[in-house]
Design a protein around this ligand. Structure first.
Ligand code: C2O
Ligand code: CU
Length: 501
């Protein structure tokens, strides 16, 4: 078993790829859903400390085949981290992978030196593979010697509301392949306000990490070389424009799983961790009360919202209460993706068993969400997310230039409310680091149906101009904002902002 080649915008590697035959894929809704194990801190106190080793591992994803992954602690998705608001933690990452890593806590209100800036590499402990393949972006100096200490400690103050965040690789030019091979995991922050609501918890709180993937015939993950073979690789239907789309839907790393649920209310927290696939999620048959949204990327809404279907662009999260109590025992409630075709319509299934559990009545007031007042904005900035030329090839850019670590596109003053006008030529899920924002408008309309509350990623649609209000609270330094279609990101659709007091 070879090491999966990581490929990216600046140095493509293509292996002989043959798509796994349909016959080797499990039938939908036959594999059991698992929930990622919760990581135990190695040290608790004023600061809790966690340790994660990034390494290759052999995973069982498709029946009868093994898949070499890049895994945090050797698993995909990585272990679940549970933390509390205002209780700082540190996470020590050790890099036993053959390639550099950079870890970003997505949705974290994090000082810049722990935010996982794309070129803040944690080099492999063992540099052999990297030296042989020189697989780096041109911005990168290589360390001397065959070994490095291969470790970095990230510090997270977590002065922020309860929410489901996620951590994932953020390496310059290689985020797409690194995440595709497995470097992603969920991180749930809790707080007292949320505890007071008495939401379903324990086995009745289910985090779902949704990722599409494609596989080679030997079970290995298939990731095409972005700049040359993306449009012609079988099984990868996206092409250059859409990014990399797989043909197998994994939920918590399991293909099209099934989960037993009681006749009770559940809190279901979904993360679209796909590289590039947008999802429109619907339950069939629908629960009487619909999908009740209680929160978003930035935590609880002020009041619940009810949906038949909910759209999630890459990196977006949905926090919802679903009531299975009114289904007859044995009912199969299927989670579908209306944006998918063929097998990609299926996501997972809940099988309602005969045990009755508590029903949860969602309160009409969940939280109080401060509104950023657009009228108080000190500046309006405009950014165009569009196709452009990157290193003499077709790529994706913000404004007129491809991402460069040395170029500053905005210098917001801490505490100020700003308006950012975002224009997109295609679907671009735009994510801003450091602090969340609020959607003010889309075109001539108000916020869209899925835009409520504090967001950290907005789903921009082709030809539309959206306006958001953003305020950076504290932490001085350089941060990025970018398209979270990971192939667009790797093809340079990223820019810097530098905050100042
Ligand atoms: Cu989820 Cu800058 O990333
Ligand atoms: Cu994009």
């Amino acid at each position: 078993v070879g090491i999966p080649f990581a490929v990216g915008a600046s140095g493509a590697t293509s292996t002989g790829q043959q798509l796994v035959s349909r016959a080797r894929l499990p039938r939908p809704f036959t594999q059991r859903l698992v929930v990622p194990p919760t990581l135990t801190p190695v040290l608790t106190g004023d600061v809790d400390r966690y340790e994660i080793v990034a390494r290759t591992a052999r995973a069982r994803i498709l029946p009868g085949l093994t898949t070499t992954i890049f895994g945090y602690n050797g698993i995909f998705p990585g272990p679940l981290i549970r933390s509390r608001s205002n209780h700082p933690i540190e996470v020590v990452y050790r890099n036993r992978l053959p390639v550099p890593i950079v870890t970003h806590l997505h949705g974290g209100h994090t000082p810049h030196d722990s935010d996982g800036y794309p070129t803040d590499y944690v080099y492999p402990e063992d540099m052999t593979y990297l030296r042989q393949h020189q697989e780096m972006s041109h911005e990168t100096p290589m360390p001397a010697g065959d070994t490095t200490n291969g470790t970095r400690t990230y510090r997270y103050p977590l002065r922020q509301r309860a929410a489901m965040l996620w951590y994932h690789d953020h390496r310059m030019d290689f985020t797409g392949p690194s995440v595709w091979f497995g470097l992603a995991g969920a991180h749930i922050v809790n707080d007292d306000e949320e505890d007071a609501l008495g939401l379903p918890d324990g086995a009745r709180e289910i985090p779902l990490v949704l990722t599409d993937r494609a596989f080679n015939d030997d079970g290995s993950l298939l990731y095409p070389a972005v700049d040359r073979t993306l449009t012609t690789t079988p099984g990868v239907t996206g092409g250059f424009v859409a990014g990399v789309l797989g043909d197998v839907m994994l939920v918590n790393g399991v293909p099209w799983p099934v989960a037993d649920v009681e006749r009770a209310s559940y809190r279901i927290r979904m993360l679209n961790a796909c590289n590039a696939r947008r999802l429109r999620l619907r339950l069939d048959p629908p629960p009487t009360d619909g999908i009740v949204q209680i929160g978003t990327e930035g935590g609880l809404l002020d009041a619940p919202l009810t949906y038949d279907a909910f759209e999630l662009a890459p990196a977006q999260r949905l926090d919802a209460v679903v009531d299975f109590s009114r289904f007859a025992p044995g009912t199969e409630v299927t989670l579908y993706n209306d944006f998918g075709d063929g097998g990609m319509k299926n996501v997972m299934r809940f099988r309602v068993n005969s045990t009755s559990g508590p029903r949860y009545t969602v309160p009409s007031a969940l939280s109080s969400v401060e509104r950023l007042d657009p009228a108080s904005a000190t500046v309006t900035r405009r950014f165009r997310f569009q196709r452009g030329t990157v290193d003499h090839r077709s790529g994706w850019i913000i404004g007129n230039s491809p991402f460069s670590p040395s170029e500053v596109s905005a210098s917001p003053r801490l505490g100020d409310v700003e308006i950012w006008e975002l224009f997109a030529d295609f679907h671009h899920p735009v994510h801003i680091h450091l602090d969340p924002f609020q959607v003010i408008s889309r075109g001539i309309n108000g916020p869209g149906a899925f835009d409520a509350g504090w967001k950290d990623t907005i789903d921009l649609v082709p030809g539309e101009q959206a306006r958001i209000a953003v305020r950076f609270r504290d932490h001085v330094g350089r941060f990025v904002f970018h398209c979270h279609n990971l192939e667009h990101e790797d093809m340079a659709m990223m820019a810097n902002f530098v905050t100042h007091a």
